[in-house]
Ligand binder design. Structure first.
Ligand code: AHR
Length: 350
């Protein structure tokens, strides 16, 4: 324990194998993730068979991709993975950066529909409010693939598949580590939480998974929780406010590395030692986060793998070929203590 103030038609195997081949293993956390599959619903299968026609022979596949923004190191790695994989696949990529605004993503999707792209893919900035524009894409016969973040649409025929992490599980892993560290705690453990973008799937789910697990120990108390919008600057600003308002913070749970890194600046500026005076848990495991962990400033990181490009390009091919694909592809991920981060750092690719 860390001491207080110290511390197409049918689901075929071939489709899964293609995904697995495209993804490889995630063992060293530098590669692309491996999938696990959940079969499509009958409704989704019906819509899958009605959709998408492949481009004429010799014509490049055109993929419209609407990215969330450039808010974090994770996002930069994800964008690079998508651009590189599209180039390797020989696709024409129409890339649009939404600057963390849903209205920009809706505009981009409508533009892709007007441009008659072959497939639209996007990482939704928030979970709600997508049905209308997704229906427009469906009516235009353009298949949509979700990557990284989910939508909360009841009608799952509006998209072909969702490739990305299980964010609830990430929150649970963060919570479980804390429960283990403080299993013998006699006093209250005061936790502050830096949430991701309000309304986004990772913010909602990482919070829910964490709360679900820590409630098993009544000493673990979340005393403040606020959004830091997944950015370093906001992470720093909100942590400064937390430090002003609360004299006895034991633990920081940040929904991503960038916010944790901003918070570390605020903690050091307040004369405290990150990783010792305040125990820090974050999510992502991008290079800067791993460096901070290897230096003992972050105590535990839950990995969220951004290298989704190869899986996305394979899904585009499958959708256009009419091959059945799983409606959910979950990215496999690991976790890092400071020691494990130190060992993994030399091979870290992003
Ligand atoms: O959706 C994934 C999250 O978005 C990453 O964890 C975070 O860093 C990013 O901004």
């Amino acid at each position: 324990m860390i001491g207080k103030k110290k511390r197409g038609a049918s689901l075929v195997l071939a489709s899964l194998m293609l995904f697995a081949a495209a993804c490889g293993s995630n063992k060293d956390n530098g590669g692309s993730p491996s999938p696990s599959a959940v079969p499509s619903s009958p409704a989704a299968q019906a819509s899958e068979s009605a959709a998408a026609s492949p481009p004429a022979a010799g014509k490049k596949i055109v993929l419209g991709f609407s990215q969330v923004g450039a808010e974090s190191g994770w996002r930069t790695a994800n964008t690079n993975s998508i651009k590189e994989s599209a180039a390797e696949a020989g696709f024409e990529l129409k890339f649009s950066d939404a600057q963390q605004k849903q209205e920009n993503q809706i505009k981009a999707i409508r533009t892709f529909i007007q441009q008659k792209v072959d497939v639209i893919a996007f990482s939704p900035v928030v979970e709600s409010g997508w049905d209308t524009v997704l229906k427009e894409a469906q009516d235009a016969g353009i298949p949509v693939i979700l990557t990284d973040r989910a939508v909360d649409s009841k009608d799952t025929t509006l998209y072909k598949t969702f490739i990305g992490s299980d964010f609830v599980e990430e929150g649970r892993k963060a919570g479980q580590w804390l429960v283990d560290q403080y299993k013998d705690a006699q006093e209250d453990v005061n936790i502050v939480e830096l949430q991701g973008t309000t309304g986004s799937a990772p913010a909602n789910d990482r919070k829910a998974g964490f709360e679900e697990v820590i409630k098993s120990n009544g000493k673990l108390k979340v005393i403040a929780s606020q959004t830091g919008d997944f950015t370093r600057a906001k992470g720093k600003e909100v942590m400064q406010a937390f430090l002003k308002a609360h004299k006895d913070i034991d633990v920081l749970y940040a929904h991503n590395d960038d916010m944790a890194l901003g918070a570390i600046q605020a903690i050091e500026a307040a004369g405290l030692v990150p990783g010792k005076d305040i125990v820090i848990i974050s999510v992502d495991a991008v290079k800067d986060g791993m460096i901070a962990a290897s230096e003992g400033k972050i105590n535990f990181i839950v990995e969220c793998n951004p290298l989704l490009g190869p899986q996305l390009m394979q899904a585009v091919r499958d959708v256009l070929a009419g091959t059945e694909i799983p409606q959910r592809v979950v990215t496999e991920e690991t976790t890092f203590t400071s020691e494990q981060a130190k060992a993994a750092l030399p091979d870290r690719k992003y």
